[in-house]
Design a protein around this ligand. Structure first.
Ligand SMILES: [Zn+2]
Length: 433
């Protein structure tokens, strides 16, 4: 008699074409930022067909302003929806408690960039040599399709879940998470959530945060031939910049080594980085103003207020060393783009159960990683109070690049581990035919 892992793997193989076609279908429906109607309607019909109750949740930004981490993303909200699909478990009908699980994915994708660099149309969904190509194939329509295929496979095996199974598809992840906020605001609840982002089937339980800043420095302009009588805002920026870089290094050295070991580079966990510097308006004038914009990392376990305080104190202390800056204090402002850090207990039920499911299917121990990029993990865990991890097929270093693609073999492996996880977590029976 076959064990459960073998049954799931056989059934997954029979659903390989289903998975490929689903990723192709999703890639071919345009869903750049601000476009979230057609694809959500497509998914609603698909999930209704898999015996789920579905609801579309309109993104209403005025209702989301209550959340500190929410900001307007500049795209129209008219036709943007999140989708929630629920397959009720048998325990609810019997008035019992069952463990519920939410699988989540975002359907918005980033722009294709230079079309000349793509081998095919970014929305081609071309299937070649075991890979499906196209914008979003990896980040993260492939992962979402793997989650849906896991449910399809379990239904093929006659499975009925005991606890509720939820599949949610959100918009706006790439621009700050309005879709996930809308889902949380609608009151979604689950015992655990897996965001099917490309982690190469590693469990990502830690995520750094970041916030966008602007530093404005004043100078005194004068004709460049008399530069010594002016105050160059560019010169004045250097000591501030140096002090912030030193602070960045010190913060990393002081961070918990236990958590730091989960990151690829222990000096790049919650980095400080300046993205743009603008100063002056004329080649032969001493510049009287400089504006630097960048992002400052927030460590897991740190609050945004703590980070702000350390950053602002560093700027203040560096400015105090310079007579001009002591009089003309640099201005630090924080705006939009707040991504809070998030973490989920590595010894908690969600992580241990997912690790066991992974091992049952692959025969390998799962690996852990920490993310330095932002995701909706923070929204579900902080605001939705749902323990959340990232776990899905594909390599994130191929995200947002030209000729984006996903390997079907790994996506199919994800189908199996997720199906196993649904079974292990939600409970219930297979009625094998
Ligand atoms: Zn993503």
């Amino acid at each position: 008699m076959q064990n459960l892992a073998e049954k799931i793997k056989d059934a997954a193989e029979q659903n390989r074409d289903y998975l490929v076609r689903l990723i192709q279908d999703l890639v071919r429906i345009r869903s750049y930022s601000g476009e979230a109607e057609e694809i959500q309607l497509f998914l609603r019909d698909l999930l209704s067909g898999l015996k789920m109750e579905t609801s579309l949740i309109k993104v209403e930004p005025t209702r989301l302003e209550q959340y500190k981490g929410f900001s307007f993303d500049g795209f129209p909200y008219d036709n943007r929806y999140s989708l929630l699909a629920v397959r009720r478990g048998s325990s609810a009908a019997k008035g019992q408690e069952g463990r519920s699980l939410m699988l989540n994915g975002h359907i918005d994708v980033v722009p294709p960039g230079d079309l000349e660099s793509w081998n095919d149309d970014p929305l081609s969904g071309k299937y070649e040599q075991g890979r499906v190509y196209g914008r979003g194939a990896l980040d993260m329509k492939g992962g979402l399709a793997a989650g849906i295929t896991a449910l399809k496979l379990l239904l093929d095996l006659g499975y009925h879940n005991r606890g509720d199974l939820l599949i949610s598809s959100v918009c706006g992840e790439e621009t700050g998470g309005c879709g996930a906020f809308a889902l949380v605001e609608s009151g979604v609840k689950a015992g655990g959530c897996i965001i099917l982002e490309p982690t190469q089937l590693k469990i990502c339980h830690l995520q750094s945060g970041c916030h966008t800043f602007r530093i404005t420095i004043k100078g005194r302009s004068i004709h460049a031939c008399m530069a010594f009588k002016g105050e160059s805002a560019i010169d004045k920026f250097f000591p501030i910049y140096e002090a912030l870089k030193k602070m960045d290094r010190k913060r990393h050295e002081q961070f918990s080594p236990d958590l730091a070991q989960n990151y690829e580079n222990p000096l790049n966990i919650a980095p400080f980085s300046v993205g743009t510097v603008n100063a002056g308006d004329w080649p032969s004038s001493v510049p009287d103003r400089l504006e630097a914009h960048g992002r400052m990392g927030i460590f897991p376990g740190e609050t945004v207020e703590e980070m702000h305080a350390e950053f602002e104190t560093t700027v203040k202390e560096a400015a105090a060393q310079d007579p001009w800056l002591a009089e003309n204090r640099p201005l630090v402002e924080w705006y939009e783009g707040l991504f809070e850090p998030a973490s989920t207990d590595i010894t908690g039920n969600l992580v241990t159960s997912l690790a066991a499911s992974h091992q049952q299917i692959t025969g390998r121990e799962v690996q852990y990683e920490a993310a330095t990029y932002g995701s909706d993990m923070r929204i579900f865990s902080i605001y939705g109070k749902i323990p959340t991890v990232l776990y899905g097929p594909g390599d994130v270093s191929l995200a947002h690049t030209v000729n984006e693609h996903i390997e079907i073999d790994q996506a199919l492996e994800a189908v199996c581990t997720i199906a196993m996880m649904i079974h292990n977590w939600c409970g219930g029976r297979l009625r094998c035919r």
